[in-house]
Design a protein around this ligand. Structure first.
Ligand code: DQA
Length: 148
């Protein structure tokens, strides 16, 4: 089994499977596969083993976060997408975790509609990166690599 501390899970929330086709002026032209490939390439440089996971379902996302309890994963990067702004259930699931958690948004949610300014997750995450597109995931990975 890989060293607990060297394993990272990346969770992408709803509609992020449509990246590339979805509002490219907001989210860029990279597909989710492109982003996951960039994360995995960067992770290997840090000696981190990364799993990337996407779901459009809030309950599936909660189940995936719960699966980290007692696992050998040492850190979580999560873009909860639209659930960022609504999901007490995802917030409560993150509270179960005893590991660094980085919240990532491709866009700068604070420069957009007011309903995106509130994150249910930021208060229970270790930190947040927003507004740097794909690079934000790589920044999150660097932050985790230093902590785990
Ligand atoms: C997002 C921002 C959210 O407000 C939006 O609902 C998303 C993507 C981002 O990565 O910028 O789906 O999380």
């Amino acid at each position: 089994m890989a060293d607990r501390k060297r394993r990272v899970l990346v969770i992408h929330g709803p509609n992020l499977n449509m990246l590339g086709k979805r509002e490219p002026e907001q989210y860029g032209r990279d597909t989710l596969a492109d982003i996951d490939a960039a994360i995995k390439e960067a992770a290997s440089g840090y000696g981190l083993d990364v799993e990337c996971f996407q779901s459009n379902s809030e309950s599936v996302l909660v189940d995936k976060i719960q699966s980290l309890v007692g696992s050998d994963v040492g850190g979580l990067i999560i873009n909860p997408a639209a659930y960022t702004h609504t999901s007490v259930a995802i917030r409560d699931a993150v509270l179960l975790l005893d590991m660094p958690v980085v919240e990532v948004h491709l866009s700068n949610i604070y420069a957009r509609e007011s309903f995106r300014h509130k994150s249910m997750i930021s208060g229970v995450a270790t930190g947040q990166v927003a507004g740097f597109g794909k690079t934000g995931y790589l920044m999150a990975l660097m932050a985790l690599a230093e902590r785990i």
